[in-house]
Design a protein around this ligand. Structure first.
Ligand SMILES: Nc1nc2c(ncn2[C@@H]2O[C@H](COP(=O)(O)OP(=O)(O)OP(=O)(O)O)[C@@H](O)[C@H]2O)c(=O)[nH]1
Ligand SMILES: [Mg+2]
Length: 716
């Protein structure tokens, strides 16, 4: 394979709803390039890009795959993304490597929810966007409805082609750029004059195309007003700038399955899609633009790591600048470790072609790296360039997991690390607090796919169990308690007595001091020392030493605090962590011989426990900010479902044809939300979730929780 120059490379991310035909299109492109003897098919489980076992079994993509196709002296790198929302992490990653997006639309359905989700991602990264209307050979194809929905949702949509005979006999595409009709026979396209019946439509779309091209540039607009048209050259110039600015989205016609329209789409990609140096360059951690050019220090961003059969761990990267050759020593800047590039590959999914050099703008892969993983930057050691990591979406769905056989915990941990490496949106955490392994991801299907991998690839059988909720405990009013710990049974005795006041820490609470009334008793407080502890689990504990007249020695204070902390870690109500509490130790007693640290620890702990129970204790639950994007006609159902989840709706607004609901919802009510929302909205809604705050649970729920805890304690 030749070494492709920057100007000869095109990088495209394939986007679109699940089933729109991205994987089939990638296959069709590779087949068109002549690299395949036989074209694979998703249902036959033999495509180049759905090659992972889980993809074969499920018949849809789960991981993104890099697929190159050579065409007319140029190299096109496609990233075939999964369309399901659960795997959105892949799409985000591909935005870091691709320069243009190609949105695939299923002509049976028009714009679908997946189209809109991916459109939103593309807008976040402001990439030029092409559109192809696929499935045009299908008996249920509806081109008119599809193009209508496309024009409605994509303001820049501009037809380059239209199908002459969509449906089961589909074989001809009218191209208004060339003003020709292409008729396909035995995989070959024959160019003909546009037949009379399609002439008017072709001219109308051609005029529209010229107008959109003129709109891209002020000088062209002037010419257009003067002459009412543009020259071929001017039109192409306008098209290119409209595409790069993102204001013009050329629309094509394909049947990926029947290999129709693939050649013209590839022609357009190599002729018009921007080369990697014609779009905004990547920006390094310091905010410097790293220009995509060959004669610059080497820097490459690793956007994907994967474990693959026969080859082991493989890292996919985009060369942002300079070039890389086999045998080169490079620096993994993030990990501050030297790596050697032993082998370089151009990848067409499962098929890898060895190359000796990859030049700025190209996408390739390497193996046998020591420490390099997704999100790392490989750089010329002298330049030490580092790119910021991918901004992955936060997990939206969590569950607890446990291995079926005891002793498989370590195996499960190892497997999870490997899975996280391939898909960083999958996370696992051992919660000391909940005493559970919590796995989280983008949806229920996402976690089911994880489970499939654990079982089939890593041979760890697991089961999902309901995840516990990390409740917190706090108090709502002042209370006081004394406790005397005394033990005198032969030998050395134990003695410690502690008097304390506790009160809730709220915003703006004044410093303690002077006379304080608690339970009708007035106590004079003078602070000698203060310790403010930021708790690991959120919130604070303020610990004040207010001892006067030496009733307790300073040296016993840490022991008292320790006793309190023990109770803070296992709150008196439900055993959850406590937070936001102020403790004033204002009096006590010592014994000249028997007092020791253990005694004061116990006295502190017990006094705190009693005071806590008298201080209007409350259980707090985690509340999450939820944003739901829902089509207008499903709004009512989504709202009433949210209300059933104790949601407090904060606001509603319209955004890009969607209604956006913002609400605060207790985590305890979000258990099955991904599945429920999918079923209420027919898969047309999406949502985000992020932790907001802790808030008191309603009284009836608090009683239930107390009861459950008491029962569990009895069982133990
Ligand atoms: N008739 C027809 N079927 C197609 C066409 N393109 C794809 N298909 C079929 O549609 C189904 C889905 O195609 P895929 O290529 O897997 O779709 P995808 O967009 O990759 O789907 P995800 O990986 O789930 O996002 C498969 O059965 C394909 O054979 C087409 O142009 N015409
Ligand atoms: Mg696919």
């Amino acid at each position: 394979m030749k070494n492709y120059q920057t100007s000869e490379i095109r990088n495209l991310a394939l986007l679109g709803n699940s089933g729109s035909g991205k994987t089939t299109l990638a296959e069709a492109m590779v087949f068109e390039s002549g690299a395949l003897q036989r074209k694979g098919d998703v249902s036959a489980q033999n495509t180049v890009s759905d090659y992972k076992p889980v993809e074969k079994e499920n018949g849809n993509s789960v991981f993104s795959a890099v697929v190159f196709a050579e065409h007319k002296g140029k190299k096109i790198n496609f990233i075939d993304n999964p369309g399901m929302d659960d795997f959105i992490g892949n799409v985000v990653t591909s935005m870091y490597a691709a320069d243009t997006s190609l949105m695939v639309i299923n002509a049976q359905n028009g714009v679908e929810v997946g189209t809109e989700i991916h459109k939103r991602q593309n807008e976040n990264y402001k990439k030029p966007l092409f559109i192809t209307i696929n499935h045009l050979d299908h008996e249920k194809t509806n081109y008119e409805k599809t193009i209508e929905s496309v024009t409605e949702k994509f303001s820049g949509a501009t037809s380059i082609q239209f199908p002459a005979n969509p449906g089961i006999n589909f074989n001809s595409i009218v191209d208004v750029l060339d003003m020709k009709m292409y008729t396909y026979k035995d995989g070959k396209a024959e160019a003909k004059d546009i037949p009379a019946e399609h002439q008017d439509k072709a001219e109308e779309l051609r005029a529209e195309l010229i107008e959109k091209a003129a709109e891209a540039d002020e000088a062209l607009m002037e010419k257009y007003f003067e002459n009412e048209t543009l020259s071929e050259e001017e039109m192409m110039q306008g098209l290119r700038s409209g595409i790069v600015s993102g204001n013009l989205n050329p629309v094509f016609c394909t049947s990926a399955k029947a290999q129709l329209g693939i050649n013209t789409l590839m022609d357009f990609i190599v002729n018009v899609a921007p080369a990697p140096d014609q779009v905004k360059p990547l920006v390094d951690k310091e905010g410097n633009e790293i220009e995509c050019k060959e004669d610059a220090p080497f820097a490459a961003f690793v956007f994907k790591s994967s474990n693959e059969e026969h080859i082991g761990e493989i890292n996919y990267f985009k060369v942002a600048s300079g070039k890389v050759s086999e045998g080169m020593d490079v620096m993994n800047v993030r990990k501050d470790t030297k790596e050697r590039i032993t082998q370089l590959y151009a990848c067409a999914g499962k098929n890898r072609t060895k190359v000796d050099t990859l030049i700025a703008g190209d996408i390739g892969a390497t193996v046998k790296m020591k420490v390099t993983k997704t999100n790392d930057t490989l750089s010329d050691p002298k330049a030490n360039i580092e790119f910021p990591p991918v901004d992955y979406p936060e997990p939206k769905h969590r569950t607890a997991i446990r291995p079926l056989s005891e002793g498989d915990e370590e195996k499960l941990g190892d497997a999870m690390n490997k899975m996280h490496l391939e898909d960083p949106t999958l996370r696992m955490e051992h919660s000391k607090e909940l005493k559970q392994l919590i796995v989280s991801g983008q949806g229920e299907y996402h976690l089911n796919i994880l489970k499939w991998h654990l079982e089939n690839i890593f041979k760890v059988e697991t089961e999902f169990v309901a995840p516990k909720i990390p409740y917190r405990e706090t108090i709502t009013k002042k209370a006081l308690a004394d406790y005397r710990h005394k033990k005198q049974s032969g030998g050395a005795g134990q003695f410690g007595e502690v008097h304390m006041i506790i009160e809730p820490v709220v915003e703006g609470i004044p410093e303690p001091g002077g006379p304080t009334k608690v339970n009708g008793k007035e106590i004079k407080i003078s602070v000698r020392d203060k310790d403010e502890i930021e708790l690991e689990w959120g919130g604070v504990l303020q610990f004040y030493n207010c001892i006067v007249g030496g009733s307790i020695d300073n040296r016993f204070m840490p022991a008292i605090l320790k006793g309190i902390m023990e109770k803070m870690e296992e709150g008196p109500l439900t055993g959850s962590y406590a937070r936001d509490i102020r403790v004033l130790i204002y009096d006590g007693k010592m014994h000249p011989v028997d007092s020791n640290e253990v005694s004061f620890k116990l006295a502190g702990r017990n006094a705190f426990s009693t005071a806590f129970k008298n201080a209007g204790p409350k259980i707090l639950e985690p509340i999450y900010d939820v944003e739901v994007f829902v089509p207008g006609d499903r709004m009512g159902d989504v709202m009433s479902d949210l209300q059933g989840r104790r949601a407090i709706v904060q606001g509603m607004s319209s955004e890009n044809g969607f209604e956006k609901i913002k609400a605060k919802v207790p985590l305890a009510e979000m258990g099955n939300y991904s599945t429920a929302l999918r079923s209420i909205s027919g898969g047309r809604a999406m949502y985000n979730l992020s932790y907001a705050e802790y808030s008191q649970v309603p009284g009836d729920i608090q009683s239930d929780l107390l009861k459950t805890y008491a029962e569990a304690q009895e069982e133990e």
